[in-house]
Design a protein around this ligand. Structure first.
Ligand code: KG4
Ligand code: ZN
Length: 345
């Protein structure tokens, strides 16, 4: 069975072809980053318009590249939510229209289920049950996964998502959008222990997170150091030559605080559930520090960590195609056009 997938929840148009026998046939991700960079964040209307422009041409090109035509496709999976409603509607309408025209089912997929199952696209994949850490720009969740569709959220962020905190702090440091990976790069040049930020909500039991205070802690440090950002240039009142180093030190301390906090909660989740497998997925799972810290943690617990290759950590169509194929197997075909900006997994 061959599934064509469309991911359009935010600022990436992801298209993929997944065959239940042969695995991933091919995929394409078109990023709108350049369009939104000038605005310092995603502009929803521009995102929708660009999905309209790109989706059909990418589908056509991908099918042509693999010598496939409509008769080869068994179902169309699309991201039905959560995400930007206009962007979701574009993907949903194109998926439903093609499904109608080709006489095949359209399958709605939860974006976070896509992220959660992305490690299944790798050769070395995790076995159920496992604990999944979902860390993206919109979500931070710890989920107990017993099988496809058997998910229990054990904890989540009560305010900003981890990726959102990375992006907001990066902006405070004068980095371009999306700042997460740029902040991680800057942190490499930072000296440890120059700044100490809190590990929020680790002093009480539970698996919930709060990251908005960390962003504030970083903002306070930036102000205290007298760093001013003007027109992309930063200056520091006291020692202008050190400004880049100070920014790197702050980035380092911020990243360390996020990574430590996440690791503490993951350790609790592993101890609480007794599972020996931890899966990390979503954009922030591309963070090398986080991966290394969690690898060490799981080694100590006699378990292992699984994560997708970097291109499948951030938004992509392949994960939606995989999740869609699994859903199709389970018989969850839905024929109403749905685009849900908020949707619990
Ligand atoms: O999963 P994703 O592509 O989109 C959402 O579903 O939100 O995640 C994007 C998020 C952004 O906040 C981005 O800054 C963050 O993932 N991100 C990173 C890294 N790569 C992407 N954050 C920290 N370190 C990275 N290396
Ligand atoms: Zn995502």
């Amino acid at each position: 069975m061959l599934v064509l997938a469309i991911e359009s929840s935010c600022d990436e148009t992801g298209i993929a072809l997944y065959d239940t026998e042969q695995g991933l046939i091919g995929h394409e991700v078109y990023s709108q980053i350049k369009i939104h960079a000038d605005y310092g964040g995603v502009v929803p209307e521009l995102a929708s318009r660009d999905h309209v422009r790109k989706t059909i041409p990418i589908i056509k090109a991908l099918m042509a590249k693999h010598n496939l035509n409509k008769a080869d496709i068994s179902a169309i999976a699309y991201t039905a939510g959560p995400g930007l409603v206009g962007a979701l509607m574009v993907g949903a309408c194109i998926a439903k229209s093609l499904a109608f025209a080709w006489g095949i089912p359209a399958i709605e997929v939860h974006h976070m289920e896509g992220h959660l199952l992305a490690p299944m696209l790798e050769e070395n994949k995790p076995d159920f049950p496992f604990v999944a850490l979902l860390v993206s720009g919109g979500h931070t969740q710890i989920v107990e996964v017993k099988g496809i569709g058997e998910y229990e959220i054990l904890g989540e962020s009560i305010d900003d998502a981890a990726g959102e905190a990375f992006d907001k702090t990066a902006k405070l440091l004068g980095l371009d959008y999306p700042g997460g990976p740029l902040l991680a790069k800057l942190a490499l040049k930072g000296e440890p222990n120059k700044f100490k930020f809190p590990r929020p909500m680790t002093d009480r039991p539970g698996l919930d997170f709060s990251f908005s205070g960390l962003k504030t802690a970083a903002a306070n440090a930036i102000r205290k150091e007298g760093i001013h950002l003007a027109g992309g240039q930063s200056t520091q009142e006291n020692a202008p030559e050190n400004v880049e180093q100070t920014k790197a030190d702050i980035a380092h301390a911020f990243q360390q605080a996020v990574v430590d906090t996440i690791a503490i909660k993951c350790r609790r989740a592993i101890e609480q559930t007794g599972h020996k497998t931890l899966v990390i997925a979503g954009g922030v799972s591309a963070n090398t520090e986080l991966r290394e810290k969690l690898e060490v943690l799981m080694k100590k617990h006699g378990g292992s960590v699984f994560y997708p290759r970097p291109e499948f950590c951030t938004d992509n169509g392949a994960m939606i195609a995989y999740a869609g194929a699994q859903r199709f197997h389970l018989g969850s075909k839905d024929l109403a056009v749905k685009a849900k900006p908020r949707w619990s997994i």
